[in-house]
Design a binder for this molecule. Sequence first.
Ligand SMILES: Cc1cc2nc3c(=O)[nH]c(=O)nc-3n(C[C@H](O)[C@H](O)[C@H](O)COP(=O)(O)O)c2cc1C
Length: 408
Amino acid sequence: MKPTSITDTLTLPCGAVLKNRIGKSAMSENMGSRGYTSNEKFNRLYARWAEGGIGLLITGNVMVDRFALGEAHNVVIEQGIQDANLPHWAAAGKKDGTHIWVQLNHPGKQSPKFLSKEPVAPSAIPLKKPLDRLFNTPRALTEDEILEIIARFAYAARVCKESGFTGVQIHGAHGYLVSQFLSPSHNQRTDRWGGTLENRMRFVKKVYLAIRKEVGASFPVSIKLNSADFQKGGFTQEDSREVIKQLSALGMDLIEISGGTYEAPAMMGAAQKESTQQREAYFLTYCEEVRKLVQSPLMLTGGFRSAQGMNAALESGACDVIGIARSLAIQPDFPNQLLSGSAVTSQVKPLTTGWKFLDKTFPLEIIWYTDQLHFMGEGKNPKPKKSALGSVLSMVYKLGKNAVKKVR
Ligand SMILES: Cc1cc2nc3c(=O)[nH]c(=O)nc-3n(C[C@H](O)[C@H](O)[C@H](O)COP(=O)(O)O)c2cc1C
């Protein structure tokens, strides 16, 4: 059998076919309109990416509750919000047979102070220092509230399908609500939602099953999951393997592997060993282990920068889809170039403002790459030469303005 390469198609368990093995991993656009709706900027951005030749586009996280936002300008899908632009966004991302899936999320305690006075979480445990300065201590969810959030995920998935999106993804990674339920350090409940791993994974299983019931067997449902939280006493690789086994048995169409949380941002390559850097992908070793356990298609995200690195991961059989994020914010045509066999590499480089204090205080990667998405949303080209300091200053200016005006 010929080894798999980025140009191959992939048939998912639900029967849907991806036209190649390159997937855009979620990047929050933070450019929704007042009223939590999407707009023409999303259509331009996703049309640009679809023209770039990619097989699968996963949107930035879309929230399921307007009172639980991760960022000020998130799009929200919930009852009572009519977003007339959703079908246009979906159509833009479907150009040339590209798949476009919506990433659905609830931030739990990772909703900043200026957006949530009292965020909710499995248990009333604050984020660690120094993040406790930016995020309020959460309140523990009640049983009824947990059931309501599960129903919200299912409702949002149905709206996505009806709007023409071709799949959905549950955000189960990076320390948001699903990941908080999975983590023994964040979830210290003593009821059926906490304690044993079986109880901690009840929430994500119920979210998946509720979504599946709404969208049917032939609609792709995916999850982004952490290999681990990289926190003492947190969600371990052993836990993660068991969750993957069970979600795979339930029929998950694509399991995307990432890792880390706001407290330990491993998803962005923080503190990777040199041996990992040589293999490009941050979570490749873990993905190789998972491959031995499950048949479900696996997408591996974080660190891929060249066709060589991508094809090596596919050829080894470790994963089935290559997830890319930051490169696509500055090189929207990267997939076409990779697929054509040209020796292109990613232009992603470490960012610095030149001021240690600013580099430590601000999530530079998020701020600078979000700026690049906004350029494309406005119909412009990305500006890879823009300075990180410039992005920080414009963000501080916008935040200041919003503090005066109130965000929405
Ligand atoms: C601006 C920005 C926004 C992001 N937003 C999300 C998000 O909404 N959901 C998510 O799962 N990951 C998000 N990520 C993480 C990426 O999906 C990805 O896991 C990470 O950037 C590593 O991949 P890369 O090395 O190809 O950039 C975001 C990353 C960036 C740079």
